[in-house]
Design a protein around this ligand. Structure first.
Ligand SMILES: [Zn+2]
Length: 253
């Protein structure tokens, strides 16, 4: 039996994730926006919480921690560089480290915050990207520069095309409406525009798209294409300039 990913809706539009290893019955929680829905998922599954991985320090990714750990004590793992502003860590890692016997690799993912990381599970073909690369978009640049986020997303672009991207929020509909202005692949756009309302109606998550589909839709993965530069009003500009322009327009939208 292979590992399983459980997607948990929290707060208004956050996602948390449980990665379950049937061989040990251990579950790894990625981010803790809210205790109740995560406790509920643990109770219903009967899984043993083995560890919590934190992507970044923002309150809506850590707020649920104490409520969860009261009932399911487990070590908290986070970026050493951010240890002053993350909840107290039991294990501080450095981007580039491998965790869980190599089952999880930590990617440096600055842009949204400087200490933001992403977790790549190669065996699961899954990237937990939180507020860096997001479904059809990318996170706001609160601390980093456009160049930071550009480099972060360029690193992810090299992962296998089948990799599923699990981001930290459900912003898919708004991001897709924005992405539609920046020369996405027309067939992929039409298919996703048809699919999103169906997911909403069924209450299903929008996260977990493949890297290949993001490369067809997500403007931040397409800034090297002439038609995308053109649509951003920056024909002939460098990919980074196009990236910064599209991110600036999203902030102003
Ligand atoms: Zn955040």
């Amino acid at each position: 039996m292979s590992k399983e990913i459980r997607i948990i809706r929290c707060l208004k539009d956050n996602y948390a994730f449980l990665v379950h290893d049937p061989a040990t019955d251990a579950a790894t929680l990625i981010d803790a926006p809210e205790a109740d829905p995560i406790l509920d998922a643990l109770d219903r599954s009967g899984w043993r919480l083995a560890r919590v991985l934190l992507t970044h320090h923002h309150w809506d990714h850590v707020e649920g921690l104490s409520g969860i750990l009261d009932k399911h004590p487990a070590p908290i793992l986070g970026n050493r560089a951010d240890r002053e502003r993350l909840p107290a860590l039991d294990h501080a890692f450095t981007p580039g480290d491998a965790l869980m016997d190599g089952g999880c690799k930590v990617f440096d993912a600055p842009g949204h915050t400087l200490g933001h990381v992403a977790f790549h599970f190669p065996g699961l073909e899954a990237l937990f990207s939180a507020d860096s690369l997001m479904t059809h978009g990318c996170g706001r640049l609160f601390e980093g520069t456009a160049a930071d986020m550009f480099a972060t997303i360029a690193r992810f672009a090299k992962l296998p095309a089948d990799t599923r991207i699990y981001s930290g929020h459900d912003y898919a509909a708004a991001n897709l409406a924005f992405a539609a202005n920046y020369a996405p692949d027309a067939d992929a756009l039409a298919a996703r525009q048809a699919e999103l309302p169906q997911l909403a109606e069924k209450g299903l998550p929008t996260t977990g798209t493949t890297l290949a589909s993001e490369k067809a839709l997500n403007p931040y993965l397409r800034v090297h294409l002439p038609e995308v530069a053109e649509s951003a009003g920056r024909p002939g500009a460098t990919p980074l300039e196009v990236f910064a322009e599209i991110r600036r327009r999203k902030d102003a939208a």
